[in-house]
Design a protein around this ligand. Structure first.
Ligand SMILES: Cc1cc2nc3c(=O)[nH]c(=O)nc-3n(C[C@H](O)[C@H](O)[C@H](O)COP(=O)(O)OP(=O)(O)OC[C@H]3O[C@@H](n4cnc5c(N)ncnc54)[C@H](O)[C@@H]3O)c2cc1C
Length: 448
């Protein structure tokens, strides 16, 4: 069997590596001159910044996979302090409770919410074993089981951090299906979480020279990778095989895998599968702008003793949140400076009848980001000593009701040996993309 893979982001790279290891014939085509897609790290003198993903969250299985790639020595685990998360509330950043003592005795949540949490944990099973209705959003799920306050001041910022999304639109079944299972099996989400807490916790990590270390290593391993080779069309031959067109000419494969974002995938599917193309074209990707700002440590009052600060939508701030990159990882900036990574936009940046915050001019974004950092963290400097801005016009696909109805259409391609392996089908995080690439590799190898 031969497999043509279109797109060398982490999804396509992982799939190619899996196929290569089990001896399946493949060819990986990448439109640009580099691998990794959204994963891009840039070192400028003493500064190391991530233009896209900042870290990976993974278990031992993922660490073993990276070890097999020869990357163990390059790993950099997030410092323990990064477990502390701050949320903007009542005019300042406050620590989000991370366990029962800080939840019960702290003042972050109201007594009403504390009681709702206690009730969910202790009594839900006896009184109410509700099953989530189809199409329930994350906000509806958490409101039904806890409170509005949990949605606004815990879930919302958390979901904005992962999906750049709105919990009122993201579906619980598409984003955190495990919660539905806990509700069904234990009557209580919290009891489900506690009972299934394995001894082994997932860890957050990056690489000493940044996230792009991973795709670069995969690139050195792959024997059938064509860079600067965009696939411009494909068609099904009477034999049932697929013929791909690139600038290098046509090539024929038994199986085809789309590992690109939705827009290029829709263009390629348009003539053979217009309905599927139309549906995936409508998958929403809000824009996002990342701003990196470095300041002299001496000019910043805040201890920056955590992962960063997230802004709930309710607080109507300009930025979605700030990661304290130099608090989490080493060597991101000179020792006497601190580095912030600020995200602007996502669903939270939408304004009625106005461009998304992420689409404002560079001057507006840089000015608003500095003003918010200065006011929130006690920064006395008039400007950062170093800063850079990166725009993602289409940042992260939204796992909402539309994406949910599109899933069966995508699955209907598979009997024709046409598969999707990308962040808009089955999970958005890097660890999801790696897992899916590995699983599809195993499935395809099993067909040999
Ligand atoms: C700002 C930002 C921050 C993020 N932070 C995190 C994080 O901290 N942790 C985390 O786990 N995830 C994070 N994510 C999500 C994660 O980075 C992505 O979901 C993931 O990288 C997507 O990988 P992919 O391989 O599916 O797609 P992509 O990275 O989009 O790769 C697709 C590839 O296909 C190529 N291509 C397109 N058209 C063609 C064609 N016609 N022919 C050949 N090749 C083509 C493209 O050039 C590209 O290289 C973040 C995303 C963004 C935008």
């Amino acid at each position: 069997m031969s497999v043509g893979i279109i797109g060398a982001g982490i999804s396509g790279l992982t799939l190619a590596w899996e196929l290569q290891q089990v001896g399946v014939d493949y060819q990986l085509f990448e439109a640009s001159g580099q691998v990794g897609g959204y994963i891009q790290s840039e070192r400028t003198g003493p500064y190391l910044r991530e233009l896209g993903p900042n870290s990976l969250l993974g278990d031992q299985k993922l660490l073993d996979w990276l070890d097999n790639l020869g990357l163990t020595d390059d790993l950099e685990f997030a410092k323990p302090v990064s477990k502390v998360r701050y949320i903007f509330r009542d005019g300042q950043y406050r620590v989000l409770p991370s366990g029962p003592p800080s939840l019960v005795f702290g003042s972050y949540f109201s007594w009403r919410t504390k009681w709702a949490v206690f009730y969910e944990l202790m009594f839900r099973e006896c009184s109410n074993r509700t099953i989530s209705p189809p199409g329930e959003t994350l906000a509806q799920f958490f409101r039904r089981r806890f409170s509005d306050e949990i949605v606004d001041y815990a879930l919302g910022p958390f979901v904005a951090g992962i999906y750049a999304g709105d919990p009122e639109q993201l579906l619980v079944s598409e984003t955190f299906p495990i919660l539905l299972q806990y509700e069904r099996d234990y009557g209580s989400v919290l009891r489900g979480l506690i009972k299934n807490q394995s001894g082994e916790r997932r860890q957050s990590f990056s690489f000493r020279e940044g996230m792009q270390t991973l795709p670069r290593m995969l690139k050195t391993k792959l024997t059938h990778l064509s860079l600067n080779t965009p696939v411009t069309a494909f068609e099904r031959l009477p034999t049932g095989q697929w013929q791909l067109t690139t600038s290098a000419g046509p090539s024929v494969f038994d199986t085809l895998v789309l590992a690109t974002a939705t827009e290029p995938a829709a263009r390629l599917l348009q003539s053979a599968y217009p309905t599927v193309a139309g549906a995936i074209r409508k998958i929403e990707y809000p824009p996002m702008t990342a701003v990196h700002s470095a300041y002299k440590r001496a000019d910043v009052k805040h201890a920056l003793n955590g992962f960063g600060g997230l802004n709930p939508a309710k607080e109507s701030r300009f930025c979605a949140g700030h990661i304290w990159s130099s608090s989490t990882f080493e060597t991101r900036c000179p020792a006497d400076e601190v580095l912030f990574t600020t995200f602007v936009g996502g669903k939270q940046g939408e304004r009625p009848d106005q461009p998304n915050n992420a689409q404002q001019s560079d001057d507006v974004i840089l000015g608003r980001v500095h003003a918010e950092l200065a006011a929130s963290f006690g920064i006395s400097a008039l400007a950062p000593v170093w800063r850079k801005l990166t725009r993602w016009e289409r940042a992260i696909p939204q796992y909402d009701a539309h994406l949910s109805t599109t899933k069966p259409l995508i699955a209907s391609l598979e009997p024709n040996n046409l598969f999707v392996c990308a962040n808009w089908y089955g999970g958005v995080s890097l660890s999801d993309c790696i897992r899916k690439g590995r699983e599809l590799g195993e499935r395809l190898a099993g067909r040999e």
